[in-house]
Design a protein around this ligand. Sequence first.
Ligand SMILES: Nc1ncnc2c1ncn2[C@@H]1O[C@H](COP(=O)(O)OP(=O)(O)OP(=O)(O)O)[C@@H](O)[C@H]1O
Ligand SMILES: [Mg+2]
Length: 291
Amino acid sequence: MAKYIMSFSQKTSNDKNMTDKKPELSDAMKKKLEPRKFTKNPILGTKFTIAVSSAKGGVGKSTFATNLALALKQIGCKVGLLDADIYGPSIPKMFDINEKPKSDGQTLTPITKYDIQCMSIGFLADQQTPMIWRGPMVTSAIKTFTQKVGWKDLDFIIVDMPPGTGDTQLTFSQEIKMDGAIIVSTPQEVALLDVKRGIKMFDKLGVKILGLVDNMSYFTGDDGKKYKIFGEGGVKRTAEEFEKEFLGEIPINPEVGKCGDEGKPIVEANPEHEISKIYLDFARKIKSTYL
Ligand SMILES: Nc1ncnc2c1ncn2[C@@H]1O[C@H](COP(=O)(O)OP(=O)(O)OP(=O)(O)O)[C@@H](O)[C@H]1O
Ligand SMILES: [Mg+2]
């Protein structure tokens, strides 16, 4: 046994080859260490891609995205709706879609409902099946939805973003040509904290922020009084702080939630409703910015 144990002090035949000089990196290694450059691919079949984001969960992103898509359609645009929320897709429920998209082995065909071309991971998996996926799988799904879906002749694709500042936001910002992001928030301080992080993320990644929307800004009681349940003016102040446009307010209205739950968002179910008119105003603003 002892003959296999060599003392550390004992010199070996390799020692004369050892040097203090750092080895030169090979060209291939140098290339690997360079900061990665991303190419931003446009989503084929659409003119403009607009994300509805927030970073904060549950502030009404999906409600806003679905109603904005329908409002844009109502003012004559051709619209697609891409549910980018892999872990918590909402479009199947909010648009009451229960069918699976067809595929020719290369391309997935979006499902058209209310004249909107839609795609969601929820169309491919059972509604109650959780997507237990690591980040790279999410990135891969996003790439499929943006590059391998047969979106056709669209003016706008509205992307319903998940909460947070993670893989999905990063993939969209770095690898997909995004024309703008709308930030939705409630006026509550705890929501705004996340929203500020979301704004900084898009700024850092060079995505243009079209503006901020104050959702659930107040509730009008039977007495006609406005109740500012989540505080007042926080979203507008945040917009000013970050030098972004303040796009406007949407009050709390139980009809909004009810229509979403029934699979026919308020703009489609009741275009004359006062809330639908607010979404139509947002849509006109977006249309005039781009078309
Ligand atoms: N203006 C509003 N008035 C009343 N209810 C609203 C309004 N906006 C959104 N809601 C309700 O708030 C809840 C959260 O909305 P939504 O699912 O759109 O949020 P989200 O930001 O997409 O959430 P997540 O982060 O989980 O994706 C839903 O029940 C929705 O119906
Ligand atoms: Mg959502």
